[in-house]
Design a protein around this ligand. Structure first.
Ligand code: DP6
Length: 356
């Protein structure tokens, strides 16, 4: 007898970046963060979780490849989910005994893994949700976000659509470090995201490693978490609730810039942006200058790919300029959440930039 449940989880792209852990074992962050969840149909992980008395070991398959299941984070997620199921089984003896069975997780991304496109966020969120469905857990997304956070910090934000805050919390056991929804996608239906796929290669420095180098070596980082982020967190939440695009956009760009500045301020320095990334920043600046208003915002995670937020009414202007300057646009269909459009950067650009 096999029990099985499938689910999908979307990618989220931070507009106020999580970068730094105050407790690496529990994956507790040094600062609050905010993100926008993209449409499920554009960038998502599809995951099936199953369990059976016949399975002899826990297994994880990602994009057709078997992955190691001995990593501390995955072990922590399995342990927490099983504990929640155990609690249910203990209080209701008629329930099938699933908690002690081995788990098999099969996961597929429809986008490049580990190229700064938040694959670990969607990956762990889908895993947590799939197992929670399999176990018929009654926990709220907020409670599940505490488990997802232990898999990958940014994953806790992918349990919701729309606009999401990860509140760092103050408890040393991490029991209040969880994600909450600021607003649903419907709150700001005009919001769009375009993704410039500058490179689909795996990044050089993983987020986990990179952020710890920053925490231990960057003086700018200290200033960021103590002075800048607390104020920016409140301002960005307000800009979302007010649907104030120019303010939201400026805060988003400033935060991306500061995050990459702390990477450069790390010792040895960490580089995620490349020449095409920097050219995209210039294009967005040119778009805003020509419009006489801030109508587009760029942001970059731990990789060179550029995510550009804009409002629907400005789509032609923004995508037109990006297309004319940087490459060709492949239309991505519109869906229930924040729509994403994928733009493959013309290879010509990369070689032209490389040749100065
Ligand atoms: C730059 O969530 O991948 O995308 O908790 O170590 O798994 P771990 O890190 P991860 O880091 C994401 C960093 C970021 C910013 C963000 O998403 O907030």
């Amino acid at each position: 007898m096999i029990h099985q449940a499938s689910t999908t989880a979307p990618v989220n792209i931070a507009t106020l970046k999580y970068w730094g852990k105050r407790d690496p074992a529990l994956n507790l962050p040094t600062n609050n963060s905010i993100s926008v969840t993209l449409s499920q149909d554009d960038l998502r992980t599809l995951t099936t979780a199953s369990c059976s008395p016949d399975f002899t070991q826990d297994e994880l398959w990602l994009n057709g490849k078997q992955e190691d299941v001995s990593g501390k984070r995955l072990v922590a997620c399995f342990r927490e989910l099983r504990a929640l199921r155990h609690k249910m089984e203990d209080s209701d003896s008629s329930l099938p005994k699933l908690a002690d069975q081995k788990l098999k997780i099969v996961s597929e991304n429809n986008f490049p893994t580990a190229a700064g496109l938040a694959s670990s966020a969607a990956g762990f969120a889908a895993l947590i949700r799939a197992v929670a469905n399999l176990y018929e857990l009654q926990e709220t997304p907020e409670q599940l976000s505490i488990v997802a956070r232990q898999g990958s910090g940014s994953a806790c934000r992918s349990l919701y659509g729309g606009y999401v805050a990860w509140e760092m919390g103050t408890e040393s056991d991490g029991s209040d470090s969880r994600a909450v929804q600021i607003a649903t996608a419907d709150h700001w239906p005009e919001m769009r995201a375009a993704i410039l796929v500058v490179s689909a290669d795996k990044k050089d420095t993983s987020s986990t490693t990179g952020m710890q180098v920053t925490v231990h070596t960057s003086p700018l980082f200290k200033e960021r978490v103590t002075t800048v982020v607390p104020e920016r967190f409140a301002q960005m939440k307000k800009s979302i609730l007010d649907r104030d695009f120019p303010t939201f956009a400026e805060l988003t760009m400033r935060d991306s810039n500061q995050f990459h500045a702390t990477c450069l301020d790390s010792y040895p320095p960490i580089f995620y942006l490349n020449d095409v990334s920097r050219a995209s920043i210039r294009v967005v600046e040119a778009i805003n200058k020509a419009a006489g208003a801030t109508i587009a915002a760029y942001t970059f995670d731990a990789g060179p790919n550029c995510v550009i937020y804009y409002e629907d009414k400005n789509e032609e202007l923004v995508l037109g300029a990006l297309k004319a300057i940087l490459g060709r646009v492949e239309g991505w269909e519109k869906h229930q959440s924040v729509d994403a459009k994928k733009i493959d950067v013309d290879e010509r650009w990369e070689s032209e930039l490389a040749n100065g």
